[in-house]
Design a protein around this ligand. Sequence first.
Ligand SMILES: NC(=O)c1ccc[n+]([C@@H]2O[C@H](COP(=O)([O-])OP(=O)(O)OC[C@H]3O[C@@H](n4cnc5c(N)ncnc54)[C@H](OP(=O)(O)O)[C@@H]3O)[C@@H](O)[C@H]2O)c1
Length: 291
Amino acid sequence: MILATGLTGMVGKYLQEILEVSNMEFMHLSRNELDLRNPDSIHRALAGKKFSHFIHLAAETNVDLCETNPQHAYTSNYYATKIIAEYCAQIHARMIFISTSAVFGSEGKVRYHEMDVPSPTNIYGSSKCFAERAIQDICKNHLIVRASWMIGGGKERDNKFVGKILAQLNEGNTTFTAVFDKFGSITSAKHLATFIMNTFDSKFVGIKHFASYDVCSRYDIAQLIIENINAHCVVKPVSSASYPLAAPRSTSEAIYSIIPSDILEEVSYSWKEIICHYLKDEFHVKKELFV
Ligand SMILES: NC(=O)c1ccc[n+]([C@@H]2O[C@H](COP(=O)([O-])OP(=O)(O)OC[C@H]3O[C@@H](n4cnc5c(N)ncnc54)[C@H](OP(=O)(O)O)[C@@H]3O)[C@@H](O)[C@H]2O)c1
């Protein structure tokens, strides 16, 4: 039996689709049953439950909200995870946790691997970093997968960077601006869901990075989309200083993996391949995309 949180989120929707067509027995603990902000509700939701794996996807993912409300951020992302880790340890279940490349940043490297020591630049990254440490300290049988800039949701649910550019293109916009001085690697939410499924038989314990093997900026992403959909549009590079946000962002949140594991189908793509496949598969972009 698999228990999961966050199956209504971007990664969770893909995972739920895969779980539904698998033979695996699973149960989703939604916000109504398990509210990350309410420790009592977590204890109540877990009490007496027996399961072999707990996939903890739910989190407060609004980075700027975390910055302005640290108590909310640490309660939702750190303390809730700690309670779940304690329960998993108690019943000898395996805990699978999705963390973030935002645990890095203040060292100023271009890319971070699993052996780099986390040093976040904002509260969101810090809250996930504390969650990782709690799991490592408490639940011996764990897998922590760090993702970077996440791409996913498709036509219905993508309200992030790619979705916004496509919506503006649909509205007839011909001039775009995109930040050129912040970098990340790209994680496909769909690939991540498949990767999580492939870890069920794995004995690997520790942290794995899961993202494109190369690095891009939002400007690079916007350029790629425009080139593939409407080459007559123009993307103007702007500095991050033009978009002041509550939470400071690292110059780079890019990650790559140097740790071998026994996890099946561990394929790494370039950021261009991930975006192009996403546009083709989920937005049915007809133009022949270069990958
Ligand atoms: N998105 C990214 O760019 C990114 C990058 C790296 C890592 N991650 C990590 O990947 C994981 C999945 O992210 P995602 O992008 O799929 O997240 P998402 O789309 O923002 O969805 C968040 C999920 O968490 C649930 N949730 C939020 N607050 C909750 C609460 N108080 N109690 C119970 N459930 C709550 C939401 O449930 P409702 O539907 O009820 O709101 C939803 O299912 C997260 O752990 C995140 O930190 C995300």
